[in-house]
Design a binder for this molecule. Structure first.
Ligand SMILES: Cc1ncc(COP(=O)(O)O)c(C=O)c1O
Length: 475
């Protein structure tokens, strides 16, 4: 137990492990803390926390893991960290960098002269922006008042978030026994209020690519938008063809695709906080521009969700793409695909386990014979951090560059074998792990999951539990 600056007791907890190690700043210090102390605390926490990701035993989350690359990106970031790129008269370089990020992404994903784009703060913002675009397009071009979007159950919740924000009705299409969208369902549910369809390349749960050409045909036949969520796969799947892996068409080469998202902060190996949304035709981008006149602050316009934005992330994203080049991306992709192949071989060697589909980079597996979360418990005990999935219960190992280290797949195969044995006769009936996104499979109590999630979100924004009465608001 330690005390914070106001003398209140503070205890460590899983979300607040530093409460007893470093001073808890409940109020701003009267006098500035020495820079060296600040940097030393940050260094200590980040060095310890990086150890997990750098070990190579983590699924997804960390995409590059190359600290020399990060150092270079941070240098590029530093030139513009303070620059507000909304002010283009001051920072015309932002136009060069941003437009080149968009152009390079569009050429990788086979856009044409009528492809436009936006750089957003991440995958979710790209998806939310795409949903807003289709709502506005439907309203402005077709007079649709109650817009509807059809998306597969496997598509990312960022779409749901956008539809929730913007009052769009979502129709969830089931997936086939191959875990890709059920086209018959989509076809049967297109109606007069449908503004867009969604497909993924690849899906977060299983890394699979929905049948994009068929969705494109439906979009053309019914005059609808088609968003392809390539947030996860957009910067890794494109290299498959060059490397001799079979690749179904998924990008802007496919007729009917009207937008695609691809995250630079995932397999683009940029710093966290950037993604690209491409739109075709270019005029779609205008549907979500925001402009307002008559404000005493002046005429206002912004190209996307953000207002002021840091030039640092744009510079770092540009620097990542340029410094790696196509050859660099291809080289890392080759290592990732090879590693995924080796992980798939390890999974296949256990008759108790079943692969879900055959993803190039995101290996999902389930079991009819053992509880897959017991397998996860045993892997967790051995230092692995898999992602837990549901419907069906499964795990995935989303392979990234840190997982390509020598010896890693052999270690995984060894530990997986022990984990399957453990799961055959687990010492306790209920596994500790479950399917909770963003928490490495740790699930507190499935019965009270939503209350638990809300409490956790609250706790993530507070300095930690403290003694004393809670304040009351009138709301
Ligand atoms: C397929 C897919 N789409 C969208 C997202 C959302 O991306 P972000 O977490 O950057 O908002 C993810 C994240 O993993 C994803 O896997």
């Amino acid at each position: 137990m330690t005390h914070d600056t106001t003398g209140t007791n503070r205890q460590t907890s899983p979300l607040h492990p530093y409460a007893e190690r470093f001073e808890v700043h409940d109020t701003m210090p009267e006098h500035g803390v020495a820079r060296e102390q600040i940097l030393s605390e940050l260094r200590e926490m980040s060095t310890e926390e990086d150890r997990k990701g750098d070990s190579g035993r983590v699924s997804g989350s960390i995409y590059s893991g190359d600290h020399d690359h990060y150092g270079f990106l941070v240098e590029a970031f530093g030139f513009y960290a303070h620059a507000n790129v909304l002010q283009r008269d001051m920072y015309p370089s932002a136009t060069k960098l941003e437009s080149e990020i968009i152009a390079m992404t569009a050429s990788m994903l086979h856009g044409d002269d009528d492809t436009g784009g936006l750089v957003t703060s991440g995958g979710t913002e790209s998806l939310v922006t795409a949903m807003l675009t289709y709502r506005e397009w439907g309203r402005n071009r077709k007079g649709i008042k109650h817009p509807q979007v059809i998306m597969p159950v496997t598509a990312h919740p960022g779409h749901d978030k956008g539809m929730h924000y913007f009052g769009i009705e979502v129709i969830k299409a089931p997936v086939t026994d191959q875990y890709v969208v059920d086209l018959d369902f989509v076809r049967d549910h297109i109606g007069p209020d449908t503004v867009a369809l969604v497909g993924s390349a690849g899906t977060y749960p299983h890394g699979l690519i929905d049948p994009i050409p068929e969705l494109g045909q439906l979009a053309i036949e019914h005059g609808l938008g088609l968003h392809v969520d390539g947030c996860l796969g957009g910067f890794i799947i494109p290299w498959a063809q060059d490397l001799g892996y079979p690749l179904p068409p998924f990008d802007l080469r496919v007729p009917g695709v009207t937008s695609i998202s691809a995250d630079t902060h995932k397999y683009g190996y940029a710093l966290k906080g950037s993604s690209v949304l491409l739109l075709r035709p270019k005029s779609l981008r205008r549907e979500q521009y925001f402009m307002i006149g008559g404000w005493p602050g002046g005429m206002y316009s912004s190209p996307g969700m953000g207002g002021s934005r840091s030039g640092g992330l744009i510079a770092a994203t540009w620097a990542s793409m340029l410094s790696l080049g196509r050859e660099g991306y291809r080289r890392i992709a080759a290592d990732i695909f090879r590693t995924a192949d080796e992980i798939k071989a390890a999974v296949r060697s256990h008759p108790e386990l079943k692969l879900i589909g055959d993803s190039l980079f995101n290996v999902a597996f389930r079991s009819d014979e053992v509880d897959i979360f017991h397998v996860n418990d045993a892997l967790t005990d051995r230092g692995w951090r898999m992602n837990g999935l549901q419907a069906p219960p499964a795990l995935h190992f989303c392979v990234t560059r840190p997982n390509t280290q020598p010896g890693l797949t052999e270690a995984f195969a060894h530990d997986l074998a022990e984990a399957v044995e453990y799961a055959k006769s687990p010492p306790k009936p209920i596994p500790t792990s479950g399917a909770m996104y963003g928490a490495g499979g740790v699930q507190p109590d499935p019965e009270r999951i939503f209350a638990g999630l809300a409490n956790r979100l609250d706790a993530m924004h507070e300095v930690g539990p403290k003694d004393g009465a809670r304040p009351h608001s009138h709301l």
